[in-house]
Design a protein around this ligand. Structure first.
Ligand SMILES: O=C([C@H](O)CO)[C@H](O)[C@H](O)COP(=O)(O)O
Length: 189
């Protein structure tokens, strides 16, 4: 058998390399601001379209494991957002209509808004109290300069990892052990 990497292995190397590069360019102060805003909030609401939303659902689960009250916007049981809450949104483009509308509504309700986006100058970023810029490709960027991957893949992967990093830092600050958190894990699945 040849030692040559398969094409999927080559793709994995590409993805890991792109992630390392893009995550290395994140502003540490922005990440700290995000972690603090999440921990300061009464409740955390997450929202994103498509894969951006899927990535944030991973974060939502871990923040729940940490003991925070977390809701995914659009779920049947999600209540009204209000003052003291934070809406955490992810949108590579920063212009997805439903996400911008949600941020506007959350702001009017008195909630804080934290946005993960590639676009610091976007409508979404302008609405947000906390912005973490992930300098990946937005989904319509066909230049290949920010990423060789399809559409917003690099952004969406980075959102999941940023969420895990925020969770991990908050977990370590909390002093809880893994055993302390485990009873919150779903026991019907
Ligand atoms: O699902 C997505 C698409 O496959 C792009 O890679 C996006 O996450 C979805 O279209 C939302 O777009 P953004 O709000 O610009 O992240």
């Amino acid at each position: 058998m040849s030692d040559e990497p398969t094409r999927a292995q080559s793709a994995l190397h590409l993805i890991v390399g792109e992630l390392e590069a893009v995550l290395g360019r994140l502003e540490s102060a922005e990440l700290e601001e995000l972690a603090q805003a999440v921990t300061d909030a009464d409740r955390v609401f997450v929202h994103g379209a498509g894969r951006s939303g899927i990535a944030l659902r991973m974060t939502a689960m871990r923040l729940m494991h940490l003991g925070l009250t977390v809701h995914v916007v659009g779920e049947t049981t999600t209540p009204a957002i209000e003052t003291g809450d934070i809406l955490l949104v992810a949108s590579g483009s920063g212009t997805t209509a439903g996400i911008v509308a949600a941020a506007e509504a959350a702001g009017k309700a008195g909630a804080r808004i934290a946005a993960l986006t590639t676009a610091r100058e976007s409508t979404l970023a302008a609405l947000a109290d906390v912005v973490v810029v992930i300098p990946a490709a937005a989904k319509l960027d066909r230049s290949g300069s920010a990423s060789e991957q399809y559409a917003g893949s690099l952004f969406e992967q980075a959102v999941a990892l940023v969420g895990d990093a925020v969770f991990h830092s908050l977990w370590k600050r909390s002093g809880q052990s893994a055993d302390d958190m485990w009873p919150r894990h779903a026991n019907i699945e």
